[in-house]
Design a protein around this ligand. Structure first.
Ligand code: SF4
Ligand code: SF4
Length: 191
């Protein structure tokens, strides 16, 4: 019979020997492998006490940016939600009221903006689709939990804090990829 690949193995039907029946060689072989790894280099870390060094192009938790006057950049245009292949983003738009000009940059803003981190695949398409440079992926880790509900991140988590000292600087880890271009433009807006 013609094979599709050469990776298939013919299963042997031969009778087991006495040594094979008592499984001693297999147990000793397994213990040898365990002991060998016991003295070898550890591949695990004590997370969350320790963190791995991430790649420069690592994409983690999102941030919704403010402009240089502290106003929310997002205009609830919905392009990020449309671009999202995992349908992880939902939002409700609202009209800016007189007197709220210091809160929202445009006349429309996202009253509700949620990202379901269990759906998100951290592809960065939302970041690329945003015409207002309002959403970016950072090098923050999305925290683990035992429930599903805490993984739906709202504006209370996503919007950048007002205090400029607490701003998430995503430029630190982005030195070589295309997003440095977006980052530079963002800082240019903020100046
Ligand atoms: S990173 Fe990708 S999957 Fe996650 S919210 Fe953005 S577009 Fe959707
Ligand atoms: S984050 Fe950007 S793309 Fe998404 S709704 Fe806001 S302005 Fe539009």
């Amino acid at each position: 019979m013609q094979k599709l690949t050469n990776r298939s193995k013919v299963v042997s039907n031969k009778r087991m020997t006495l040594m094979e029946k008592i499984f001693l060689p297999a147990i000793l072989g397994g213990m040898f492998i365990t002991i060998k790894h016991f003295f070898g280099k550890k591949v695990t870390i004590n997370y969350p006490d320790q963190n791995r060094e991430f790649s420069k192009v690592y994409r983690g938790q999102h941030v919704l940016k403010r402009d240089d006057q502290g106003r929310e950049r997002c205009t609830a245009c919905g392009l990020c939600a449309v671009a999202c292949p995992a349908e992880a983003i939902t939002m409700i738009a609202a009209e800016r009221k007189p007197g709220e000009e210091h809160l929202y940059r445009e006349e429309k803003y996202a009253e509700v903006y949620e990202i379901n981190m269990l759906r998100c695949i951290f592809c960065g398409d939302c970041e690329d689709a945003c015409p207002k440079e309002a959403i970016f992926l950072t090098d923050r880790i999305v925290k683990s939990d035992y429930e599903r509900e805490p993984f739906v991140y709202g504006k209370n988590i996503l919007v950048e804090p007002m205090d400029p000292g607490k701003r998430i600087d995503i430029s630190v880890r982005q030195t070589e990829n295309v997003r440095i271009f977006k980052t530079d433009r963002r800082f240019a807006h903020n100046r």
